[in-house]
Design a protein around this ligand. Sequence first.
Ligand code: ADP
Ligand code: MG
Length: 339
Amino acid sequence: MMENAEIALSLKDISYSYKGNTAPVVKDFSLDVAKGSFTTLLGPSGCGKTTLLRLISGFLVPSTGTVELNGINQKGIEPDKRKIGMVFQDYALFPHMTVRQNILFGLKIKRDKLSNKKLSKEQQHEKAAKIAENLDLQNLMERFPNELSGGQQQRVALARALVLDPEVLLMDEPLSSLDTKLREKVREELKMIQQKLKITTVYVTHDQEEALSLSDKIAVINDGALLQYGTPRELYFKPQDDFTADFVGRANFVPLENETYIIRPEWFELNKTEAPGVVEGKVVSASFLGDRTRFVIAAEKLEGKSCNVALTADLPTLETNFLEEGGSVSLNISHKWKI
Ligand SMILES: Nc1ncnc2c1ncn2[C@@H]1O[C@H](COP(=O)(O)OP(=O)(O)O)[C@@H](O)[C@H]1O
Ligand SMILES: [Mg+2]
């Protein structure tokens, strides 16, 4: 992504409190979303993600601050007049309508508001057919939602939002109702569709793996506040606070050289020399994960100094078959990061 890319969506110092509650659930929140990018709002349940989407789409009005779409302040613009598409967690498809009717439905009610010109029946069908082709739904157009798999239903929900040509697509935990296997497959599809259509997307999830694999940029949110906004790699390798370090990936907080360092489980390596390793300790448990094995290690010495720290280390299975629970282990550190 280009550094000074065009900004599609800009949140400026937004705060929000629900009626009757004085405590804000969104606090002084600012974020720029680049045109064509895939941006994820990542944070634990209850941190304010859905509230942020409601503020962007206009169903809620910020207590302070502004929402801008393509540089235009959205204050006073009703939700159905904003050029924003939405895909919900449960897809909210109309069960008594076919896929084609579901896709056409939005076009019929929204055509005037969004494009300011009336689409003929022919044009509507043309648009529906084009989006169906883009999302590989051509052969499912006459089916009803209950005749579709979870992944197909998701594509219909996407098609219904995209056929209206929104400037920004909002998605609120769209994969959470799918089972684990399907979730990964649909995740791949989603990424491919977004890249093909280059639609500016704001995606909400509490799942860090989902966020890392899908996003151009991730906004880490805790308790209504933005903690860090960066690329997946920036967040993983250079987290700026303890919460982000631990929420995006796993973090060991390790006291070394009179500082606390972040060490990811795979940043440990087996010490294969005779000399003592940076970490000397005992294996508490070992979980086989296939290519890697995850060890919980009770560190007894760090850099030669006595300590009592529990560490999680992911080590290649083929190198560590000999390690047993209760046995001694010696590790070095290949990479570390200080906040
Ligand atoms: N309609 C509402 N009225 C009052 N409080 C709400 C309402 N909706 C959400 N909240 C509260 O606002 C906070 C943020 O909620 P939400 O935006 O749904 O979080 P998330 O989507 O990250 O799980 C939570 O503490 C939640 O209980
Ligand atoms: Mg939510």
